[in-house]
Design a protein around this ligand. Structure first.
Ligand SMILES: NC(=O)c1ccc[n+]([C@@H]2O[C@H](COP(=O)([O-])OP(=O)(O)OC[C@H]3O[C@@H](n4cnc5c(N)ncnc54)[C@H](OP(=O)(O)O)[C@@H]3O)[C@@H](O)[C@H]2O)c1
Length: 320
């Protein structure tokens, strides 16, 4: 099969297209013919190993799994002998950040992992980007215990996580203020944000509103900067570690001292989460924002674009 393979950590160019063996499903796994996938910041993080900690999962000195790609949409081509929930011919989508493998024509995944059948009306390109940004957003929203009517600020509302967070928070009944640049104001409004601040023309720290939750979905702010905007028991979460990994230390200390706090939840995804997101898509409550599509042959260009840090939502890879 054709696959985007990386044999060492490094810049986008370490990824090379090559022929390799098609994987065989174990007894509890399905073989998926991948028709669409994404290049996202999780792929970039594991490919560059910029944060050394990722190597504890992906291989200390060189990549353990040679094929990245965590989100996928495709068709079940073969099932292991113990598989009961999925059938050959099912259109499926899901997420696999344990051994990745979606940047290839075929991948395997356990039927009990984060995989389910696709919403009926969706194309493969629309289904592939449902899970990555949304599951990070979901973990953080759940950790902040958001209730209907609460005030939430999403800093970086135009990224994969931010654009999913706007829609999920609206589903949970929050009042959402999004922060993005001028070009993305209309998009963020169209996702459902009640108010949008253009960070190029307005200082978001000076607005006259207090928040129950400030979610920095691009990791560019700090607790110190956002603290004055939080209500008495408000929560701050960032998707990045922050300067000198301060968000880890703040997440250990601030919940003990009481009042305004930082949380740093560890993301996870289960089959139930994928089923939950599928229902939101089917009922029109969530639609992943898609920026660009690239064929698998141009995956290095896709990586380069994602690493500009300026994509709007998601970058999809097609394999037809
Ligand atoms: N290490 C990992 O495994 C991993 C995995 C997933 C996510 N993450 C982190 O999570 C964060 C979000 O990921 P993502 O995929 O959602 O990001 P993304 O899609 O790459 O975010 C890009 C968007 O953020 C906006 N943005 C950039 N700087 C901004 C700023 N200062 N203020 C407001 N908006 C800004 C960009 O618009 P403009 O620049 O045009 O304003 C663009 O629309 C990233 O920091 C990423 O590194 C890390």
């Amino acid at each position: 099969m054709r696959a985007a393979i990386y044999k060492k950590y490094g810049p986008p160019e370490v990824v090379k297209l090559a022929e390799t063996d098609r994987p065989s499903p174990k007894a509890n796994e399905v073989l998926v013919k991948v028709l669409a996938t994404t290049v996202n910041r999780t792929d970039c993080g594991f490919r560059s190993a910029e944060y050394f900690v990722s190597r504890f999962f992906s291989g200390l000195f060189k990549p353990k799994y040679g094929i990245l790609g965590n989100e996928f949409a495709g068709i079940v081509e073969e099932v292991g002998k113990d598989v009961r929930l999925l059938f050959v011919g099912d259109k499926v989508f899901g997420y696999n950040d344990v051994n990745f493998g979606a940047h290839a024509e075929y991948m395997t995944i356990a039927e009990t992992d984060a995989i389910t059948t696709m919403p009926d009306h969706l194309t493969f390109e629309e289904a592939a980007p449902i899970t990555e940004g949304a599951h990070y957003a979901l973990c953080d929203i759940r950790a902040a215990r958001i209730k209907s009517g609460q005030n939430v600020m999403i800093y970086g509302a135009s990224g994969a996580i931010g654009s999913a967070a706007v829609q999920l928070l609206k589903y949970f009944g929050a009042r959402v203020t999004g922060v993005c640049n001028t070009q993305n104001v209309e998009v963020v409004k169209s996702l459902g944000a009640d108010q949008v601040i253009d960070y190029l023309t307005e200082d978001f720290t000076k607005i006259d509103l207090k928040f129950d939750f400030i979610f920095d979905a691009v990791g560019k702010s700090s607790f110190r900067q956002c603290k004055p905007l939080l209500k008495k028991n408000g929560t701050y979460i960032s998707t990045e570690l922050g300067k000198n990994s301060e968000n880890i230390f703040l997440a250990l200390l601030t919940p003990i001292s009481g009042g305004k706090k930082v949380l740093f939840p560890l993301p996870s995804i289960k089959k139930e989460d994928v089923v939950f997101l599928k229902k939101l898509v089917e009922t029109g409550r969530f639609k992943p924002l898609v920026d660009r599509l690239y064929p698998l042959d141009n995956i290095v260009d896709a990586y380069k674009y994602v690493e500009t840090g300026q994509k709007r939502g998601n970058v999809v890879i097609t394999l037809k």
